[in-house]
Write a protein of this length. Sequence first.
Length: 276
Amino acid sequence: MEGLNNFYLVISLIIVLLLVGMGIFEITDVELPVVNFLQNGIYNLINPFIASISSMIRTINSYTTGIFKANEIVEEKRQLQEQVFELEDKIRKLEESKRQNERLKNIDEFLDVFKDFAEYEVQGASVIGYNPSSWNNRVILNKGTNDGIKKGMPVISYNGILVGQIKNAAATSSQVLMINDPDFAVGGIVQNSRTVGLVKGQIDNQELNIMEKIPENGEINPEDRILTYSNNFPKYLPIGEVIEVNTDDYGISQVAEIELYVNQYTIEEVVVITDY
């Protein structure tokens, strides 16, 4: 073992001396064939190790650079996504603002039309909330007693369609009992035949109202238009259209199912009739 160690020590010394010697010759520009032979031999000997180390260093640099670039790409992607979300949000707001402006324009035109009738006084209002209960349909308006709104006042859409009736009124807000609420009822009349009946909401079907107490001999047919006919509402406001007619359980009167016009529109702005 000691002899092997001495051998390695001698070889190491020889290599060191050769390197030192070659360095001296390199500095002094002395050229000897033996020295050149030894330089080439040592270079060929250590060149694979140098190449391997260089390749490893390049790989590490490339991997490190890739990590930094990947992080930059992820960050750029996140920033772009945020910009896309912001732009989409702005587009949605602009579209909603455009639709609202169109509706408000329609309301203004509708209010101008109402001014031609001296017996009508109206107040525009926006829907600001909905009743969470599924058993009744009521909406909250942003106008109340401070604006002249009182309980019992009729509420219509800007198309002139019956929406409901003011159920409760506070200083700055009010609650509307919608036409399809089970507690709602209004006298109705068939536009063509002038047959009358009572239009009511239903608990089990809020898409359709019923018109009951129609005389047995009263003329009413599918596709007939139903209008208001009551002391508590202005006459002849559009309610809906008949889709089916049947006799009641006792066979002494008729019952009709009414498809409401109000279900064809999104109620976001309404008109309250304050006097008629």
